[in-house]
Design a protein around this ligand. Sequence first.
Ligand code: NAD
Ligand code: DAU
Length: 365
Amino acid sequence: MTEPQAPHSPRTFQSLLITGGAGFIGSHVIRRLLRTQPQTRIVNLDALTYAGNLANLADVEAHDHYTFVKGDIQDADLLTALFAEHAFDGVIHLAAESHVDRSITNPLAFLETNILGTATLLNVAKQSWTERGCMDEALFYHVSTDEVYGSLGQEGLFSETTPYDPRSPYSASKASSDHVVRAYHHTYGMPIVISNCSNNYGSHQFPEKLIPLMIRNIVDERPLPVYGEGINVRDWLWVEDHASAIEVILTQGWVGDTYNIGGLNEWRNIDLVHKLIELVDARLNRPEGTSKALITFVKDRAGHDLRYAIDASHLEERLGWKPSVTFDEGLANTVDWYLQNQAWMDEVTSGDYQQYYAQHYANRG
Ligand code: NAD
Ligand code: DAU
């Protein structure tokens, strides 16, 4: 059970449970799979926290093969009922508390959802697949993050054998959940795959994350809060390329294997903010560089990881996946989407967001 096993042929699924599908990445995954896997019925289980938004899936809500269920992955009774009703033969688990800054102010929510929620889901899947005698044909796919590997210095890349060294409550909770998923594979023989991806960007991302937050603030001529000196590095991947990697791993990933996903696309935060200023100012017909004056260096994130960068060669060599767009193409598409979807931005930033934003950035200057 320790060596990863290749599937005999690409897998197909009759009935997939996708958790966290109303969030940023999950909504792209669902939209993609409804298009590319016509035989598969998809149930999206999402608690609709502040980060979940059914408007992200408005274009597919009437699709014959799509069902939405509002609920929490920690609710074992609900999960058991859903497995009984839908006879899932696969799970793509994305539901999580996902924002590092929020994990610093409210760590317990992250431990509960990301660790206990994942364990609850694994337990119900194990029970259901054992009772139905279909464990060997099923698959539990856990979507995780490169942050489990900790922080890089100026050199080097994370590979699948980089030791885990999480440093924030968020990354510690994701690392724990990875370990629990592997434990279900080794102990109970549950077929699993895990992927660890770098920073995603694209449409429908909640504007607490760097790129949509900066786009919104440039448009509205608000301060652009850059943590520390802006020298931290992130490796950015277009969300639709993450969704394509998830499909490849779902259908062809070796059981028990781990795949790092990334775009070899490292940017210092300050350079990325300058690039966004250039793009947004040009589209708003503002003179070049107008919004540079909005850049405000603020108090650094506690325990801020210096650099993430992914070696995705295992995924490319074993399953043939590569990103489909350049950063220029992906970022232009992303900026255009936010400029053309001001109503979406207004909706997600009404209500609680105002309070979060005011509290989070208060006294950082
Ligand atoms: P997100 O915050 O946009 O969405 C998370 C979704 O999970 C939301 O719809 C939310 O309502 C739902 N959710 C939260 N708690 C829940 C619970 N207890 N029960 C059911 N649903 C719940 O997150 P995202 O950026 O789309 O990330 C999705 C997954 O991918 C996460 O597991 C995250 O760790 C991982 N990931 C994200 C990135 C990234 O750059 N965003 C990179 C690598 C991995
Ligand atoms: O690496 C993958 C991870 O990427 C995912 O697992 C997480 O779910 C996702 O949120 C993301 O984590 P980061 O912490 O890297 O993303 P965020 O957009 O919050 O921050 C990106 C960088 O920008 C980081 O170095 C902090 C900095 N930053 C962020 C915000 C919100 C700022 O300088 N100012 C800001 O206001």
